[in-house]
Design a protein around this ligand. Structure first.
Ligand code: HEC
Length: 182
């Protein structure tokens, strides 16, 4: 076995100058050490899973924070809520329940703003396309309690949602009944 290794080494030596060969060996060593360390980290995290009190009995504040941050997800989860509320607005306007439409529209703003705390890189498009102007405009349309205006508000809202999806490179989100029916 040793002989085999040594002979492989000799073969390599004929192809690489000393420095390159040493750095190759060191890289291999680093990978082995790094794998060992990450194995230990995984084992530590797994052992703490024994408690169902994954927040209150987290092994440290930093592990607790990491768990909370991970569990609260990114922009997808607030958007899921925004989609639900948007669907409720569509129905509320059909029912001419303008208070309900305005209520969900308020919550959509809160939800998007909370989402931007997590994903600040989305702020520029969110503000330019929806929050700065269109949001208030649509709110006025809903609170006017005029069916024609409220329907116009919905058209503006939908256009803003879809434009932001295009701007954020998730255009496929627009291709679903939430946006294509009505
Ligand atoms: C910042 C611009 C932006 C705005 C404004 C925006 N979205 Fe989104 N939306 C996104 C992005 C980005 C995703 C994909 C999130 C991800 O990949 O984690 C998304 C995803 C979604 C999803 C899929 C969520 C899921 O995982 O099930 C829905 C539904 C949705 N948006 C609805 C809406 C509606 C309705 C509006 C308008 C009221 C809206 N969005 C406004 C950027 C935006």
């Amino acid at each position: 076995m040793n002989c085999k290794v040594r002979s492989d080494r000799d073969v390599l030596k004929t192809h690489f100058k000393g420095g390159v060969f040493t750095s190759l060996l060191m890289t291999g060593l680093f990978v082995v050490v790094a794998q060992g360390v990450s194995g230990i980290a995984v084992a530590a995290e797994e052992s703490t899973h024994e408690s169902k009190h994954w927040i209150t009995e987290a092994p440290s504040d930093s592990v607790k924070d990491q768990r909370i941050e991970k569990y609260l997800r990114g922009f997808d989860q607030p958007m899921w809520e925004v989609g639900e509320r948007y669907g409720s607005i569509v129905q509320a306007i059909k029912d001419q329940n303008f208070d309900l439409a305005a209520y969900h529209w308020d919550k959509i703003k809160v939800t998007i703003e909370n989402g931007l705390m997590k994903r600040p890189a989305r702020r520029q498009n969110a503000e330019a396309i929806l929050l700065n102007n269109t949001w208030a405009d649509v709110k006025n349309d809903f609170t006017s309690k005029d069916l024609t205006k409220a329907k116009q508000g919905l058209v503006k809202a939908k256009a803003a949602c879809m434009a932001c999806h295009a701007a954020e490179n998730v255009t496929f989100i627009n291709n679903q009944p939430l946006f294509t029916r009505q």
